[in-house]
Design a protein around this ligand. Structure first.
Ligand code: PAP
Length: 340
């Protein structure tokens, strides 16, 4: 069996080379608009690195969602690691009580417990033989925009939990993450260019605003299928969000569980400070998306509003104006939302 996910240490970064791509992906890439600085390709209106593009194409071709599947969809750097941990702990709360000394989340990075479909599907050989062996309900994740989701994910009754975040914080979180993958950009003046591209929608899985709007509209049409969440909601109202998430996934907390503090225990287990300080997340790497990524790079500040510490006033104004223009008619924002 071929391993795609490993926490073995290795040299960083291991960037996938184009010659490793399948011919079908190379052929398509040669026809797509390309952004030269970060080598992103525009497919179905959204931007991908070559590795993610191959994964998405393969997912679209081979992934068969079933009604029991749970798919976590996030815009990158929206709290993916956190929602993976929370949902894993929630669904497995009987099999793995939070008191368990070797609870999987205490010894394994959440990205290994809840893999990215496009990363798994990057290697078709692995996935075709293994995905059927995942325990049911299969808990999976993907960054794909709605338009590019595999057909079965849209048409089956599988549940989708969508998570996004204030784009100011995303842009900075994404840049800081890229610095860990590409140390040569650290301290460079390339951030300004990255930010301009981000505002034009040219970033991994961007445009951010269109990504969010697609899922927002779908979640309004089919609230029983898509739960729409914001990172800010999770930070400000974690108890309420986790309760609603459990209800949405069909595994509500019982009165007894609530009385026993189960919900708070899950929140504590998955808290930023707890996860960040675990050996499993302080050390080691995960192989995905063509990179060997250090586990610790998924835990930086974990705060609302950190973007403002890094962006200039003009940048904040620019991104706020775009967000306002794109979202206001839909009543969407990241500051004054109600948690119904
Ligand atoms: P991904 O989309 O690339 O998988 P993702 O987990 O969304 O990554 O990005 C990490 C962000 O989530 C980091 O944000 P920051 O750069 O603004 O700090 C990280 O700190 C934050 N994060 C990770 N785990 C948690 C957690 N348990 N609680 C809150 N925030 C978290």
């Amino acid at each position: 069996m071929e391993e795609v996910i490993s926490d073995e240490p290795s040299n960083l970064p291991k960037l996938l080379k184009d010659e490793d791509l399948r011919q079908e992906c190379k052929d398509l890439m040669s026809t797509l608009p390309m952004e030269p600085t970060y080598k992103l390709y525009q497919y179905q209106g959204f931007w991908y690195g070559s590795w993610a593009l191959q994964g998405i194409l393969s997912c679209q071709k081979h992934f068969e969602a079933n009604d029991k599947d749970i798919i976590l969809v996030t815009t990158p750097k929206s709290g993916t690691t956190w929602i993976k941990a929370l949902t894993f702990a929630l669904l497995n709360r009987n099999k793995h009580p939070h008191t368990q000394k070797n609870h999987p989340l205490l010894v394994t990075n959440p990205h290994i417990l809840v893999p990215f479909l496009e990363s798994l599907f990057y290697d078709e050989k692995y996935i075709v033989s293994n995905l059927s062996q995942f325990p049911s309900p299969r808990l999976l994740s993907i960054h794909a925009p709605y338009v590019s989701l595999p057909k079965s994910a849209k048409e089956s009754n599988c549940k989708i939990v969508y998570l996004c975040r204030d784009p100011k914080d995303i842009s900075v979180s994404m840049w800081k993450f890229m610095e860990t993958l590409m140390p040569e950009i650290r301290g460079s003046n390339l951030f300004d260019e990255f930010f301009e591209l981000f505002c034009r929608g040219v970033n991994l899985y961007g445009p951010f605003w269109e990504h969010v709007l697609e899922y927002w509209k779908e979640s309004l049409k089919r609230p029983e299928k898509i739960m729409f969440l914001r990172y800010e909601q999770m930070k400000l109202h974690p108890t309420l969000v986790l309760k609603k998430l459990a209800e949405f996934l069909g595994c509500p907390f019982s009165k007894q569980e609530l009385d026993n503090g189960m919900l708070d225990d899950i929140l504590k287990l998955c808290s930023f400070d707890n996860l960040r300080n675990l050996e499993a997340n302080k050390k080691g790497t995960i192989s995905m998306f063509g990179f060997d990524i250090e586990n610790k790079s998924f835990f930086r500040r974990g705060e609302i509003g950190d973007g403002k510490n890094f962006l200039t006033m003009e940048m904040v104004e620019k991104i706020n104006t775009i967000t306002q223009k794109k979202f206001s008619q839909y009543g969407l924002n990241f500051e004054n939302f109600t948690m119904v």
